[in-house]
Design a binder for this molecule. Structure first.
Ligand SMILES: Cc1ncc(COP(=O)(O)O)c(C=O)c1O
Length: 438
């Protein structure tokens, strides 16, 4: 191993901590999520690779918290953005591109009739919750407790260990249900169906939906007059071009897209059926709903990015490429772990386009120290892997190099299991994002 230096990154991390709470603009990017002294500050990215301020080059997984699926600085997306920039980005009235972008997105979503754009997944999800409350006249929100994240807003964060600052009155308006648990959801709806505005879930997470599960959720929602909100922030532009709703053939009332939709540019969307979305309009006689109205909601170059992304997906078989590379990676990592006798300790989970890994200790329990060791040894070998989420820019060679590195890492992991991890881990373990104290 050609030992990388992180000294410039260390300095900048310290400066960032002093100026920016958390030292990053998303907690999932924090230094606490990385092995101590091995949290690179990125200078630039191209395709599947990034370069840090110390000059280290990495193959990068999880790019942009799953926002970048075509690779960094994608030429077609950047060309569309640059062309749009030349014409200005924000006006007193809608730009022509707003129609094109809405048509493009809706052409992918036969189950939706209308769309409204904004800048991030949280705002779109919260807008869905608001619209559901308006439609039903009910206040309670039920979200899936087995899926990690829906929004930075209080209705969700208030129910996590990071609920400080959220009034109890707000927390009381959220409740949860388990994924793939129809009896549980039905019991909740029997007990409180008359109070529940919507159920919010992802179609799949680490777990696939059981056959018929999503259709049963749909049927229960219909029976209890509850809106079904499908959060496709991750699944959109990964599971298929029509989203997970297409893959599993389910008709949500409202769905949310973001992340990969802009390949790193800030754009997200709330899409839904006209009967509900129209309440956000100005062409009806009912009481109006203030639905997603933000200064930057229709920023022209971000809409141009989304249009270009859709075009690239259509032309280049992006979904198929991600699925193939992910399958290659999952098989290779699984084989490398098996070769080192670690089949129970280093495991890969999720759909090929959205892979994560788990690390287990001597007792077979999920282990943050072993996660740290795994990440640190990969970083030493030129791989940033908070997950194994890849994009279409990851080449077969990138994946092969990753598998080779994982094999070497597994040799170290094996020794740590045999001799005790203390001698192999420098510094404190990585920490979970959702913890109430540092
Ligand atoms: C499923 C899901 N929904 C919503 C969000 C929030 O998106 P954003 O960070 O763009 O606000 C995320 C972000 O991680 C997510 O994973």
């Amino acid at each position: 191993v050609n030992e990388p230096s992180f000294s410039r990154s260390d300095e900048i991390n310290a400066q960032l901590q002093a100026l920016v709470p958390g030292g990053a603009h998303t907690y999932a990017k924090g230094v606490d999520q990385y092995p101590e002294g091995m949290a690179p500050i990125i200078e630039r990215g191209l395709g599947s690779h990034v370069w840090d301020v110390d000059g280290n080059e990495f193959v990068e997984y999880g790019s942009g918290l799953r926002a970048v699926s075509l690779g960094h600085a994608h030429p077609a997306v950047n060309a569309a953005v640059i062309a749009a920039l030349a014409n200005g980005s924000n006006f007193s009235r809608p730009a022509h591109i707003e129609l094109g972008a809405a048509s493009d997105l809706l052409s992918l979503l036969p189950r939706a009739d209308m769309v409204k754009f904004t800048k991030n997944g949280s705002d779109a999800t919260t807008a869905a919750v608001k619209l559901a409350r308006a439609v039903t006249g009910r206040d309670l929100v039920a979200f899936c407790q087995d899926q990690p994240f829906f929004s930075t807003d209080d209705w969700f964060i208030g129910a996590t260990p990071l609920g400080r600052g959220v009034p109890a009155a707000v927390r009381d308006l959220s409740t949860t249900f388990g994924f793939n648990d129809i009896p549980g959801l039905e019991a909740l709806l029997v007990a409180r169906g008359g109070e529940i505005a919507c159920v919010v879930l992802e179609a799949a997470g680490q777990a696939e939906p059981a056959p018929g599960y999503l259709q049963q959720v749909r049927a229960l929602c219909d029976r209890y007059g509850v809106l079904m909100v499908l959060d496709e922030t991750i699944t959109g532009f990964r599971w298929s071009l029509g989203g997970a709703q297409d893959v599993y053939d389910v008709v949500p009332d409202l769905s949310i897209f973001g992340k990969a939709m802009g390949n790193g540019y800030a754009v997200s969307a709330l899409a839904g059926r006209r009967e509900h979305m129209r309440l956000g309009g100005i062409d009806h006689d009912e009481e109006r709903v203030f639905l997603l109205s933000t200064t930057h909601g229709a920023e022209s170059h971000s809409l141009a990015a989304a249009r270009a992304v859709i075009d690239v997906y259509r032309r280049e078989g992006v979904i198929e490429t991600m699925a193939a590379r992910g399958a290659q990676l999952a098989a290779g990592v699984t084989a490398a772990a098996a070769d080192c006798g670690l089949s129970e300790h280093v495991t890969v989970h999720g759909r090929p386009c959205n892979l994560t890994f788990a690390t287990r200790d001597e007792a077979g329990d999920r282990s943050q120290p072993y996660r740290t060791l795994f990440m640190a040894e990969l970083l030493r070998r030129g791989i940033i892997a908070p997950s194994f989420v890849l994009g279409a820019a990851h080449s077969e060679q990138d994946v092969e190099a990753t598998i080779d590195a994982v094999h070497d890492v597994c040799v170290v992991y094996r020794k740590a299991l045999e001799n005790g991890i203390e001698g192999y881990l420098a510094g404190r373990p990585v920490k979970p994002v959702f913890r109430s104290r540092s």
